[in-house]
Design a protein around this ligand. Structure first.
Ligand code: UD1
Ligand code: CA
Length: 453
């Protein structure tokens, strides 16, 4: 696969190279490389030019072959830059870094239609073909050439079948044709599309295939087009979710930036965003305005409105939120309740334990059946190191308590409200660590000062 990604993308009006602009949370180019990988091809070549270093850096972890096109002299010239690294006996699929939504199946169909005697083109019929290269057919309806908009005559301009740019051809032939391209045309460019009449002259068959839908082959030249592609993509994801058994309050108001797997009878309310790999078990309900990233929520759990989960694992039949924040390493057993304005980080909650209101629980183990009162803070950090808080089973932490880690509270331990706990609590003790209340008898409130005196 050769992916063209050297263009500047002037109309994006951006410092970011065009192909790095994100669609569904990842660069447009990453969608194309992902589709190419699914084909099981030998090598993936990317032709870069504008912002080449930034593009390469963004894909440093992927096994891609880079070709540099110093000057953007046309699509044919761009492909030629990658050809030296392509084996003569291979078939080449040409794709584009700014056409991110082509399905792997479409690429595969094109490659399957291509062989040493056949060039396969992906074409599409458009009501308004303005700007595209037109597919010119002869009297027998066989493809004879592609003519660019700017080079087309009045008759050719009426053709509705257009070139998507995506094609598959044998490498040996490309290596013969590309050096013969001329830039004597309206744009002074080396057009890849000129290989079509060369193929016809070489007695090759040129076949046209169509994508399932026209938007699959739409490119993003500006931010408005990119936003259209994003909506198409998200609508597709929403449809797949509904097929998998999830109900969506509004399929237009859920965004998936990664992969979301759902069990049956999941319900997702409006304005939820799913990032990375997220799993929702059967019957999970997610209320409005939740952001769930790289997390799993097991069956029967309820994520209430405005909750944010990141690298969290929620057990079965839990209740989280509203306004809860589960940070990386939050692991909730079954039937746990995490209420409003509770932040949990790198902590485990045993079965049926609760932190219902306004708490920070970090680097803690909370035993089953324990209850963390409103305003409790685990002081896990001394400014340098982090320490653990370990609470046994059925522990009760009264409201507004401060647990200075490292600290341990045994099973059934009880902390009185307003305590600052600095020592471990063994056995079933009650720990009270707060100033004693004094009631001062006969005390009088201060009176107002007389200002004029
Ligand atoms: C091209 C096709 C046209 C087709 C249209 C579909 C040619 C000559 N024309 O036209 O038939 O209908 O795509 O969108 O191929 N690029 C490079 N290096 C270059 C030039 C382009 O990498 O020197 C990349 C661009 O970044 C872009 C893609 O190739 O991703 C297409 O280039 P563009 O100039 O937009 O081609 P079009 O004029 O749209
Ligand atoms: Ca274009």
């Amino acid at each position: 696969v050769i992916i063209l990604a050297a263009g500047q993308g002037t109309r994006m009006r951006s410092r970011l190279p065009k192909v790095l602009h994100p669609l569904a949370g990842k660069p447009m180019l990453a969608h194309v490389t992902a589709a190419a990988k699914q084909l099981g091809v030998e090598k993936i070549h990317v032709v870069v030019g504008h912002g080449a270093e930034d593009v390469k850096a963004a894909f440093a972890d992927e096994n891609l072959h880079w070709a540099l096109q110093q000057q953007q002299l046309g699509t044919g010239h761009a492909v030629a830059q990658a050809m030296p690294a392509v084996a003569d006996d291979s078939l080449v699929l040409i794709a584009y870094g700014d056409v991110p939504l082509v399905k792997p199946e479409t690429f595969a169909r094109l490659l399957n239609a291509c062989n040493t005697e056949t060039l396969a083109l992906l074409t599409v019929e458009l009501d308004d073909p303005t700007g595209y290269g037109r597919i010119v057919r002869d009297a027998e309806n066989a493809i004879s050439a592609i003519v660019e908009q700017k080079d087309a005559d009045a008759n050719q301009l009426t053709i509705n079948e257009v070139n998507t740019g995506i094609l598959a051809a044998p490498a040996s032939k490309l290596k013969q044709w590309l050096p013969k391209l001329s830039s004597e045309n309206a744009q002074g460019e080396y057009y890849l599309t000129d290989i079509i009449h060369m193929a016809v002259a070489d007695d090759m068959a040129v076949v046209a295939l169509n994508p399932e839908t026209a938007w699959e082959v739409q490119g993003a030249n500006d931010r408005a087009q990119l936003s259209e592609l994003e909506r198409h993509y998200q609508r597709d994801q929403a449809n797949a979710l509904m097929k998998a058994g999830a109900s969506l309050a509004d399929p237009a108001r859920v965004d998936i930036r990664g992969t979301l797997s759902v069990g049956e009878d999941v319900f997702i309310d409006v304005n939820c965003v799913f990032i990375g790999a997220v799993t929702l078990g059967c019957g999970v309900r997610v209320q409005p305005n939740c952001v769930i990233e790289n997390s799993s929520v097991d069956e029967g759990s309820l994520i209430k409105a405005n909750s944010v989960l990141e690298q969290a694992a929620v057990g079965k039949n839990c209740e989280v939120g509203p306004f809860a924040r589960l940070r990386p390493g939050a692991k909730l057993g079954d039937k746990v309740k995490i209420g409003n304005f509770v932040e949990v980080k790198n902590s485990t909650f045993g079965v049926g334990s609760k932190a219902n209101h306004l708490a920070y629980v970090g680097d803690a183990e909370v035993g089953s059946g324990s209850n963390i009162g409103a305003g409790t803070i685990t002081c896990n950090y001394d400014g340098v190191n982090k320490y653990k808080t370990v609470l046994g089973k059925n522990v009760f932490i009264g409201s507004n308590s401060t647990l200075i880690a490292p600290i341990e509270v045994s099973d059934d331990g009880f902390v009185a409200a307003g305590s600052t706990i600095t020592k471990n609590i063994p056995g079933k003790n009650l720990a009270v660590a707060r100033g004693k209340q004094k009631n001062i008898e006969g005390w009088e409130r201060p009176g107002k000062k007389d200002r004029d005196k």
